[in-house]
Write a protein that binds this ligand. Structure first.
Ligand code: DC
Length: 223
């Protein structure tokens, strides 16, 4: 088991992926992006043409395809059957459909198991998602929960998309974020919520660097 586990949970576009990656870099820890796991299963299920609301079929996809999550250093690479899908899993179609996979209870249990196995092989881990502090690593050394106002998150997501040459209106992005929040918060298993012992950080008026410094300072004092 890792000697240091730090969890970072939070809603879509709260900046947690970038923050977790940079914090992992500063701590010489491994970074685990658990959203990428849900995205990879979503992509594989779409590719297989299965009904995304059929949990048995989704479990078959997880069991029969070979998923690899290599999180060395700050970059995490995702492969399905040896094919690098790190970029493909970020496609809007995958983002929009991941909620089906995220609400399948038995599938979540298997992914949580995979996350714990991943942690067992690492010395220090910074892991981010929705349920890392509440379910996957309820005994984590330090738990953070990042929030930001919806409008600010929409702006951040728009800038990210623009950098990739994708243009979408702010209203459209904000609506999609609100829908994802609703689905993340209302699912019966592993819903998005801060752990009782999580440190909640509102990043609305903070730059990525400021958030990383804040978290790093806390880790230095408390780990
Ligand atoms: O963080 P993200 O946008 O890459 O997450 C993709 C999807 O996976 C999103 O629908 C939320 C879900 N997810 C989850 O349910 N639990 C996690 N630990 C991580 C992500």
């Amino acid at each position: 088991m890792a000697s240091l586990i730090i969890t970072i949970d939070g809603p879509a576009a709260s900046g947690k992926s970038t923050v977790a990656r940079l914090l992992a870099e500063k701590l010489a820890a491994t970074f685990l992006d658990t959203g990428a796991m849900y995205r990879a299963v979503t992509l594989a299920a779409i590719q297989a043409g299965v009904d995304l609301s059929d949990e048995e079929k989704l479990l078959d996809v997880l069991d029969n395809r070979n998923f690899q999550f290599a999180g060395k250093k700050s970059k995490m690479t995702v492969c399905i059957d040896g094919v690098d899908v790190t970029e493909l899993i970020r496609e809007p179609k995958v983002t929009a459909n991941a909620r089906h996979i995220a609400s399948a209870a038995r599938l979540r249990a298997k992914l949580v198991q995979m996350q714990r196995q991943f942690a067992a092989g690492e010395e220090k881990l910074v892991t981010e998602g929705r349920d890392q502090g509440t379910v996957a690593f309820s005994n984590a050394d330090i738990k953070f929960f990042l929030t930001a106002e919806t409008g600010e998150r929409a702006k951040r997501r728009q800038a990210e998309l623009q950098a990739k040459g994708i243009s979408e209106s702010l209203e459209q992005i904000q609506r999609a974020i609100e829908e994802r929040d609703k689905s993340d918060q209302s699912r019966a298993v592993g819903p998005l919520k801060p752990a009782n012992d999580a440190i909640v950080v509102d990043t609305t008026n903070l730059s990525i660097e400021q958030v990383v410094e804040k978290l790093f300072g806390y880790v230095e004092e408390n780990a």
